[in-house]
Design a protein around this ligand. Structure first.
Ligand SMILES: Nc1ncnc2c1ncn2[C@@H]1O[C@H](COP(=O)(O)OP(=O)(O)OP(=O)(O)O)[C@@H](O)[C@H]1O
Length: 228
């Protein structure tokens, strides 16, 4: 379970990107975070994996308070949270297999366990046959599949995605959504910031709307509700 209590975030330039956010997200929820550009969506989700620290307030993830968590404990936290970005952030010199294995190797898994886990997730995302290829040899959709495989290889209970379909064509975006659906069906919480109105209005889930650093709407099965 994730809980934010009166979370406030002011950047050094004086911009307030979170202005007293209170929210609870239960294990297994699927949440879209929507809102206009500059509303504070990325800040909201960055605070959930401690990419940003709140200026004040508490952020509890399964009992761990991210507001006070020591920097030395952040790598351990990150292994429990999968993160997916709009621009994939794959390592260009590593193969598909190595990009995914990298996340496991840092926790000193045995080669046999690594191989099994990597091939299992590559199968889940439909890329088992492309394990030896390099990111530049893949389509955008395939690169996003690798990035999703990497995010779930440690079997995190939470996957956070910031505009995961932002660089993809509509058909590929639906395919990527199917993978998130599969991950969510296994009990993993998904928190996804998105500008994709069609997806939000078609595959209905909880919608948290952020505007001016505040949650202005929080609705199960809600609509996208913005023009942009
Ligand atoms: N590192 C930073 N330093 C200073 N200001 C920042 C920083 N990151 C974001 N901001 C500001 O905080 C506000 C919220 O930004 P944020 O990226 O969270 O919005 P967003 O809703 O994700 O926008 P978009 O949909 O365009 O990605 C904006 O005014 C932005 O300029």
């Amino acid at each position: 379970m994730i809980e934010m209590i009166n979370v406030y975030k002011k950047y050094p330039n004086g911009i307030v990107a979170a202005n007293g956010i209170d929210v609870k997200i239960e294990q297994g929820d699927f949440v879209y975070v929507v809102g206009p550009s500059g509303a504070g969506k990325t800040t909201f989700i960055k605070m959930m994996y401690r990419e940003e620290r709140p200026t004040s307030g508490d952020i509890l993830i399964n009992g761990i308070n991210l507001a006070t968590l020591k920097n030395s404990k952040v790598p351990l936290l990150r292994r429990q949270i999968g993160v997916v970005f709009q621009d994939f952030k794959l390592l260009p010199r590593l193969s598909v297999y190595e990009n995914v294995a990298f996340a496991l190797e840092v926790i000193e898994e045995t080669p046999k366990v690594i191989r099994q886990k990597v091939m299992d997730v590559l199968e889940l995302v439909g890329l088992k046959g492309k394990a030896r290829m390099f990111p530049t040899e893949l389509s955008g959709g395939e690169q996003q599949r690798v990035s999703i495989a990497r995010s779930i290889v440690n079997r995190p209970k939470l996957v956070i995605a910031d505009e995961p379909t932002g660089n993809l064509d509509p058909e590929t975006s639906w395919e990527i959504m199917n993978i998130f659906k599969e991950i969510n069906a296994r009990g993993t919480t998904i928190i996804m910031a998105t500008h994709n109105r069609e997806i939000v209005n078609t595959i209905r889930h909880r919608v948290i709307a952020v505007e001016g650093g505040l949650i202005t709407r929080d609705e199960y099965g809600g609509e996208y509700g913005y023009e942009g």
